[in-house]
Design a protein around this ligand. Structure first.
Ligand code: PMP
Length: 457
């Protein structure tokens, strides 16, 4: 039972002392005051229970306060919280060995950080040092961090500030087969794919070629002939589970490498089995990056991030001393190590595949039932539902209508996320411990809220 501060007092403090801007993204007309979490559930201060299908933005990977991860943290807290990396302590080394075993050769050298932004910031520096080039390319609509450097990688007006940041970063067209000019209806026929195969449905889809042509144009017009790197999320997270045409990333990697650049997969949301069929999102694209960045799910909600790269790139970086006070601290390592074990023991990747595929298929039925669902896509438990005014125009559903459905879903006991450039995409990325019953509960709630909404429309 909750006996703490009143809701009004919390809101006052939020306005005055606590990053007031974030009130805008607490999303709800009636905000949710969370008090406690367990596995896929959250409880508010009034004792109401919510099914959490957002997981702090794909951050709680194996479950809120998962007992195994909790035990690992408790045991470590009793032994050692912190030293600096200048000493050798077992948890760090045990963890690095374990994490390295999850990555293909030659991705074996790990740098631990405290967040995804920090990991991508470090990856930018390493790419530039290794290649001797400066320019970096990312997709429009991407999110790679909120720091002055990584804001150049991030391409979404909502997160930008009118200050000089991210010099040398160029955002290129995102090969979004639903909202972009090519692809779309063909690809929509097969929602359950890692990569949308734009030649699968009618056999005449040229989306991939057209989008590659756009990348070629960026390379020919907006950056020097030699570049430092290319960052891409295997499936866009904040962008709204945007998937690229089949083979796009493969060809993009080739074009980037041809120009001296290195390729970085941002696995902050897609990693740790979330896509179901693979442990890493890049594996679904049949590519091997030169660097992988990760955070969020790595620590099941405990602050942590990592850059994993090749010995060759690491050697270029070794000319200076890289130091991070908290990166790789014993508690984070103990928890992250337990997360890897838990993923195996609880078979969470299989949960992602089974429950995720079921959700995608059932949501596709709702897409066919409701005019305002334009697209259902994703892979495993990394799902986007793109809302439109109507299927023909594909105009993004206005924010007010999105908010109504969103609030209704919450009031019926389910928390989902929002995203996309126009705030038009519902995002579903729960802790990977949800069950088929949870999926059915959400589907019933979503169906009901859409039904309610259509009646009012
Ligand atoms: N990359 C991706 C794909 C992300 O989704 C995020 C966070 N939304 C980041 C990087 C930045 O991570 P952090 O908030 O831990 O800095």
């Amino acid at each position: 039972e909750y006996k703490g501060m009143s809701k009004e007092r919390m809101l006052d403090i939020r306005r005055q002392n606590c990053n007031p801007m974030t009130l805008k993204v607490t999303y709800y007309k009636k905000p949710v005051f969370i008090h406690q979490g367990y596995m896929q559930w959250l409880w508010d201060v009034d004792g109401s229970r919510y099914l959490d299908l957002f997981a702090g933005v794909a951050t709680v990977s194996v479950g809120h306060c998962h007992p195994k991860v909790l035990t690992a943290a408790e045991q470590q807290l009793k032994k050692l919280w912190h030293t600096t990396n200048i000493y050798i302590y077992p948890t760090l080394h045990e963890y690095c060995e374990k994490l390295a075993s999850y990555l293909p050769d030659p991705l074996k050298v790990i740098y631990l950080t405290n967040s995804g932004s920090e990991a991508n910031d470090l990856a930018m520096l390493m790419a530039r040092l290794h290649t001797g080039n400066y320019d970096i390319i990312t997709f429009r609509g991407s999110y790679h961090g909120g720091g002055p450097q990584t804001l150049g990688l991030t391409s979404n007006a909502a997160y930008k500030y009118p200050v000089a940041s991210g010099l040398g970063c160029t955002n290129t067209m995102c090969p979004d087969v639903f909202r972009g000019p090519w692809g779309g209806s063909n690809c929509r026929d097969s929602p359950v794919q890692t990569i949308r195969d734009c030649s699968c449905a009618q056999g005449h889809c040229k989306a991939n070629e057209h989008y590659i042509e756009q990348l070629r144009e960026t390379l020919a017009t907006s950056v020097p002939t030699r570049i430092a790197g290319f960052f891409a999320e295997p499936i866009q997270g904040v962008g709204g589970a945007v998937q690229y045409p089949k083979d796009f990333l493969k060809e993009a990697y080739r074009l980037v490498r041809e120009r001296g650049g290195i390729c970085i997969a941002d696995e902050v949301q897609t990693g740790f089995g979330r896509t179901g069929s693979h442990f890493w999102g890049f594996q679904g694209h049949d590519i091997i990056p030169d660097m992988v960045t990760m955070a969020k799910g790595i620590g099941n909600g405990f602050p942590m991030g990592a850059v994993v790269t090749t010995p060759e790139i690491a050697a270029s970086f070794a000319r200076g001393v890289h130091f991070n006070t908290f990166g790789g601290n014993p508690v984070a390592c103990a928890m992250a190590s337990s997360v890897l074990d838990t993923i195996q023991e609880d078979k969470t990747q299989k949960v992602s595949l089974d429950v995720g595929t079921y959700l995608l298929k059932e949501l596709a039925k709702l897409r066919d039932k409701y005019e305002i669902i334009g697209d259902v896509r994703g892979k495993g438990l990394m799902i986007g539902v793109e809302m439109v005014t109507d299927k023909t125009s594909r105009t993004p559903l206005p924010l007010g209508e999105m908010a109504e459905i969103f609030e209704d879903v919450k009031d019926m006991g389910v928390l989902i996320g929002k995203g996309g450039l126009y705030g038009q995409i519902f995002r579903i990325k729960p802790p990977m411990c949800i069950t088929m019953e949870d999926a059915d509960f959400f589907l019933a709630v979503f169906d009901k809220s859409l039904h309610n909404h259509m009646k009012k429309r």
